[in-house]
Design a protein around this ligand. Structure first.
Ligand code: SF4
Length: 335
């Protein structure tokens, strides 16, 4: 499988603004810190971690909603490889049709004053890709692909259910025939009953259109449902990366093990007394770290963990010695 995106040494730092009593808060937050990542064409790569781990910021860097502070993002565009991190706004414009996003909340991401036709057509209009009857035909075709009746395109979003609104959001993302779709918590706001329908739709569309997804979620059952590979993030760093099945059955980083333990099990017999994320202080992403970032919470920490940060992935000094527990049950029944 060829690479569609190669991220190298990517960092995104934010410097604080005004704080309490108007004092300036100069702390720099390392939201994404020296991340390397490869996305293969046609796969679904999951980015998972607790809130604040940097996964959303990383997704927004790939979309170039943020300009990274450092690093490269080599994207294999239709016109050849480009470094997304280095491009100007004008240079990025043609790529906005190739790299698209699906938003989390279909209720707030769809303009209530626009019809479905206007919402889905907008990226084609803005990028001057179609007009007139061709525009209407492309909107109709995309809606049909997303399981919506084209004859309803003159209606407004409020006339649709939550699941249908997310289908409209997906149609808006796909109408430009993108290569790469970054979906951030795309099913988190949906009822459980609708969630698996949308996940199945995303899978079908991927098969049909050869799409590549970067799927960002805190929900491991959703990740297990959809993803081929998973990268686990903790405090701005990727700590483990593996094929989905391997990661779930045999995690190699204590943080991954802790995440897997925290997934609610539908069967009470499978619940354990330690099914919660470990307590302990989570270092601030504005701190300078020495040692492993998970060390304050890690049940396996040794003195070296406070002194030296593991350099390679999985980022754990004891990955070969620890026998970490995975999950052999199918979590997808909870998605
Ligand atoms: Fe835990 Fe040490 Fe491994 Fe960090 S390096 S995850 S503290 S055992």
């Amino acid at each position: 499988m060829s690479e569609i995106l190669r991220v190298e040494g990517l960092s995104m730092r934010f410097t604080g603004g005004a704080g309490l009593f108007g004092r300036r808060n100069r702390a720099t937050v390392h939201a994404v810190d020296d991340v390397d990542l490869v996305v293969r064409r046609g796969e679904t790569l999951g980015l998972v971690g607790e809130s604040g781990c940097g996964k959303t910021t990383l997704g927004r860097c790939i979309l170039r909603a943020h300009k990274p502070s450092a690093g490269r993002m080599i994207y294999d565009s239709a016109a050849g490889p480009v470094d997304l991190a280095a491009l100007s706004r004008a240079e990025l414009r043609p790529l906005r049709t190739e790299i698209r996003t699906v938003f989390q909340d279909p209720n707030s991401s769809l303009n209530p004053r626009m019809t479905v036709r206007q919402i889905v057509a907008e990226p084609l209009v803005v990028n001057r890709l179609a007009s007139g009857s061709e525009l209407t035909d492309r909107v109709a075709e995309t809606l049909r692909r997303c399981g919506l009746r084209p004859e309803l395109m003159r209606r407004y979003p409020h006339a649709f259910s939550g699941g249908e609104r997310q289908r409209i959001g997906i149609a808006r993302a796909l109408v430009t025939e993108p290569q790469l779709v970054v979906a951030d918590e795309a099913v988190s706001a949906l009822d459980v009953s609708v969630r698996s329908q949308i996940l199945n739709l995303l899978e079908d569309l991927q098969d049909e259109l050869g799409l590549t997804y970067v799927f960002i979620s805190h929900d491991l059952s959703v990740i297990q449902h959809l993803c081929d590979r998973v990268a686990v993030m903790y405090l701005g760093r990727i700590v483990e990366e593996a094929e989905t099945e391997d990661l779930f059955e045999q995690p190699r980083h204590p943080y991954t093990e802790a995440l897997l333990r925290s997934v609610p099990r539908p069967d009470p017999r499978l619940r354990r007394r330690d099914d919660v994320l470990p307590a302990g202080e989570v270092p601030s992403p504005s701190e300078d770290f020495t040692g492993c970032r998970f060390q304050p919470r890690c049940p396996y920490a040794q003195p070296i963990c406070a002194a030296e940060e593991p350099e390679s992935i999985p980022r754990c000094h004891f990955t070969d010695e620890l026998s970490l527990a995975g999950v052999y049950t199918d979590l997808r029944q909870t998605s």
